[in-house]
Design a protein around this ligand. Structure first.
Ligand SMILES: [Zn+2]
Ligand SMILES: [Zn+2]
Length: 241
C-alpha cells in the first residue's frame, strides 16, 4: 500500500477551475479503524473512493471522515463519498458543525459571489451542505484511532473552525489550509476568517516539532527543515495584523 509515511495514505486533489483538496487516510492498515481527512470538490468523490480502494483499503474499514474545515473545496464531494461509505461518521469542529447542521452554508461558500457562481455551475440546491455531525471537535482532544494517537488543535483564522491533526511521535502535521509548503499560508478574507487569529494559529503550529507536512493543497513536504512553519509564520506576521 502506498503510504506517504507510517499510517498515512495520500490521495492528491484533482484541481479543476476550483482547487480540489487532498485526502489523507490515517490509521494502521491492520486496525480496521481508518479515518479519511477531508473529502474534496464536487464531482471528485468517485475518484477519491476509487483511489482508496486501489490502495487496497476496504471501505468497511473507514470509520469516519474528519474535516479540517468545511470550505467547498473540502466538503464539496462529502455526500458522494458518504453514499459509498454510509456507515462513516462525520467529525467537524463545533464552530463549523453547528452551522452545517442548521444549513448555514456561509463558511462553505466563503463569499456570496462565489455561492451563486457555484450553485449555478454545479447545480447545487440551497440545502446541498446540510449535514448531521456525529462528533463535534473542540480542539485539545487526543484521538486514539487506527492504532495511532493524533492530537486535535483548533487553529482558526483561515476559517473559524479549522483544525489541525498532529502525530507527535512521527512528527506529522495535517494542517488543512492553515499553512502550506513553500512558505505559503491560507487565505484570510473569507467568511469567518481573520488575519490576526490566523497569525496566532500559525505561531502555535510553529511551536510543533514537524518533519512531515501534509497540507490541504499543493506540495507535501517529507523533510521539513527545522523552524520551517515558525519562519513561515514570522514572514507573514506583518501582513496579518
Ligand atoms: Zn479552505
Ligand atoms: Zn482548501
Amino acid at each position: 500500500m502506498p503510504e506517504i509515511t507510517e499510517g498515512v495514505y495520500f490521495i492528491p486533489g484533482q484541481d479543476d477551475f476550483i482547487p480540489d483538496a487532498h485526502v489523507y487516510v490515517i490509521g494502521d492498515a491492520g486496525s480496521q479503524d481508518l479515518s479519511i481527512i477531508d473529502a474534496g470538490l464536487m464531482g471528485k468523490g468517485g475518484y477519491k473512493v476509487q483511489s482508496i480502494q486501489k490502495m487496497g483499503i476496504r471501505l468497511e474499514d473507514i470509520k469516519r471522515i474528519i474535516m479540517t474545515h468545511t470550505h467547498l473545496d473540502h466538503i464539496g464531494c462529502l455526500s458522494e463519498i458518504r453514499e459509498r461509505i454510509p456507515h462513516a461518521e462525520l467529525w467537524v469542529h463545533v464552530v463549523e458543525a453547528d452551522p452545517l447542521e442548521k444549513g448555514d452554508d456561509r463558511t462553505v461558500y466563503g463569499m456570496e459571489m462565489f455561492r451563486s457562481m457555484c450553485q449555478s455551475q454545479y447545480g447545487l440546491g440551497p440545502d446541498a451542505f446540510t449535514f448531521t455531525v456525529d462528533r463535534k471537535l473542540q480542539g485539545g482532544e487526543t484521538l486514539d484511532i487506527g492504532a495511532m494517537t493524533w492530537a486535535v488543535l483548533h487553529v482558526p483564522g483561515h476559517s473559524a473552525g479549522s483544525v489541525a491533526l498532529y502525530h507527535a511521535e512521527n512528527k506529522v502535521l495535517i494542517p488543512g489550509d492553515v499553512v502550506y509548503a513553500d512558505y505559503a499560508i491560507g487565505r484570510f478574507d473569507l467568511h469567518g476568517a481573520d488575519g490576526a487569529t490566523l497569525k496566532n494559529s500559525l505561531m502555535r503550529l510553529g511551536e510543533l516539532d514537524v518533519s512531515i507536512l501534509l497540507p490541504g493543497h499543493n506540495r507535501v513536504v517529507k523533510d521539513v527543515p527545522e523552524g520551517y512553519i515558525l519562519s513561515t509564520a514570522r514572514q507573514w506576521a506583518p501582513y496579518l495584523g
